[in-house]
Design a protein around this ligand. Structure first.
Ligand SMILES: [Zn+2]
Length: 73
């Protein structure tokens, strides 16, 4: 899926393997999201959120906190 198979069932940067994304406070569905560490473009927010929800949503494995997504545990 996607370019270079990004977000291939894992919400992490395919370039540096971190799970820290740069998410604006006023994020909207079509807001472009980039990796916080290497700055590579990962996709629009809607795409990332869809992928996130397929993995358990923000109350599952991942937690959305202060505009950042963290992996729990
Ligand atoms: Zn990165």
């Amino acid at each position: 899926m996607g370019i270079n198979g990004y977000l291939d069932h894992r919400l992490e940067c395919p370039y540096c393997q971190t799970i820290r994304l740069r998410i604006p406070h006023d994020v909207e569905a079509d807001t472009p999201i980039s990796c916080e560490d290497c700055g590579e473009y990962l996709g629009c927010w809607d795409e990332l959120l869809t992928d996130l929800e397929q993995q358990g949503g923000t109350s599952g494995v991942f937690q959305l906190e202060k505009g950042r997504i963290r992996k729990i545990g």
